[in-house]
Design a protein around this ligand. Sequence first.
Ligand code: ADP
Length: 502
Amino acid sequence: MSKDSTYILSLDQGTTSSRAILFDKGGNIVSMAQQEFEQIYPKSGWVEQNAREIWSSELSVATQCINRVGVDITDINSIGITNQRETTICWNKNTGEPVYHAICWQCRRTADMIDEIKKDIDFSEYITNTTGLIPDAYFSASKLSWILANVDGARELAESGNLLFGTVDTWLIWNLTKGKVHATDYSNASRTMLYDINKLDWDDKLLSYFNIPRCMMPEVKPSSYIYGKTDTSVLGAELPIAGVAGDQQSALFGQCCFEPGDVKNTYGTGSFILMNTGHEAVKSEHGLLTTIAASTSDEVDYALEGSVFVAGAAIQWLRDGLEAIKSAPESEWLAKSVADSDGVYVVPAFTGLGAPYWNPYARGSIFGVTRGTTKAHLVRATLESIAYQTNDVINAMMSDCNNELKSIKVDGGASANDMLMQFQADITDTDVVRPTCVETTALGAAYLAGLATGVYKSKEDIKASGVKFATFAPAMPKEDRDSKLSGWKKAVKAAIYWSGEE
Ligand code: ADP
C-alpha cells in the first residue's frame, strides 16, 4: 500500500455478526472481515449475546481486516464505529467485567414493564415527547432497569458509582481505550428511551422512573468527534476513534442524506426508512419515531424513522414457504417475464401492518386472482408489495413534515433487484438512487470519522469523493400509477377488514 494513502477503519458491530471494513478516501472497500457470534435464547422471547464475545469478535475482525491487505497501521487515519442499536450492556468500572450478558434489542423480557407504562396515557405521551420514541421493550431503558433489579450485586455496584451502562458503541469505545473513555453519540443515546432529544441530556424523570443512577450513564458527544485514542496494546498503535453512530443513522449518513427531505431505505428482511428533517425534531402523527441523525456538531440533525415489517422476508416466503422460486435473485427474472401483476395484489401482513396502518391483527392476503394468474404474476405482486409499503411510509413522512422528496437512496439485500427499484421509482414518482458500494452503514461511520480528523473538509467534500450511483428514474404514466395505487389501497383495506379489527 502506498504511504500517502489514507484509510479509515470502520467497525460495523451488527446483531448477528461483527464486521470490519477498511475504506480509502474515495469510499472504496480496501479490505473486509466478518465473524458471526453466538445468539443466546435462555427463555422464549429472550435474546442475549455474550458481551465479551461482541468485543473479542470485533477486535478479531479489525485485526484480520488490517492484516489481510498488509496496510501499515500508521496509514490508518482513524476508526469509525457503527452498531446494532439499543442492545444493553452493564459492566464493572474497575474490572471491566460485564455483570450480565448483553440484552439484545430483540429481547421481549420487559414487555410487561412496557404494558404498565402504556396504561398511563400521560406518561406514554411524556416519553414520546421527550425521547421521540413510542414506549417499547426494544429500547434500552427497561432492559437496563431489569439488570439492576435482577442481577445479584448490580444495584449496589451502580449506587456506589462502580457500574457502567453502555450500548454496543460505548462498550467498544471503552474496550478500545482500555477504560479511559465512557461515551456514546447522540444517535445511539436517542434509542435508549432515557434521553431528552430536545434538551440533549439524560432525562431525570425517566432515570428516576426506571430507577437508574445517573452516574452509570455515558457522556454523549456528536457522531463526528474525536472520542479518544485506542490503547497501543489493542491494535498496536494509538488510533483516533472519531466517528460513532447507530446502524440506521450511519446508513443515512453513508448515503449522503445530509439535507432535510433526504430519504434512505434499507431493503433487508424488513425495511428501515429514515428521512433527515434537519434541525427540527418532527413529531409524527402516523406512529413514526423521531430520532437523532448522525450529526457533526452539538447542533444535531433529526430524522423520522419508519419500518416495514416484511420486505425481503416476503421473498424468503416465496422461496421457502411457497417454493415458487429457488433463490431471491430468481424473483427478478420471473417478475420481468410478465408485463405487470395482471391485477394481483399481495399484502404481506404476516405479522400485522405497521406504519401508517398499525393493525396487529391483519394477516397476509392475496387479491385479484383469476384463472389467468401465474406464478410469475404472484412473484411480481409480492415484489411490488415491498415498493407499495415503502411508498406508504414515505407518504406518511411527507405528511408529517413539509419537505420535498428529492429521491430515495437505497441499500440492503433486496436493493439488488432492478425490477423492484424501477417499480419503486414508478410508484413513488421519484428517482431511486443505488450506490455501487452498498456497504453504506459501515461507510457512514468512516465518513463521520474522516470528517472529524480532516480527511474530508466538509459534507460537500464527501459527496465529491467519488462514490458512484445507479439511478432509476420514474417512467410510469400518471394514470397507471394512480390506478395501481388505488388497487393497493383497496387490497390493504380488505386485509384490514378481514382481520375484523377495523
Ligand atoms: P438483513 O440485513 O435483514 O439480514 P439483507 O440486507 O442481507 O438483510 O437482505 C436480505 C433480504 O433481501 C432477504 O430477505 C432476501 O429475501 C432479500 N433479497 C436478497 N436478494 C434479493 C433479490 N435479488 N431480490 C429480492 N429480494 C432479495
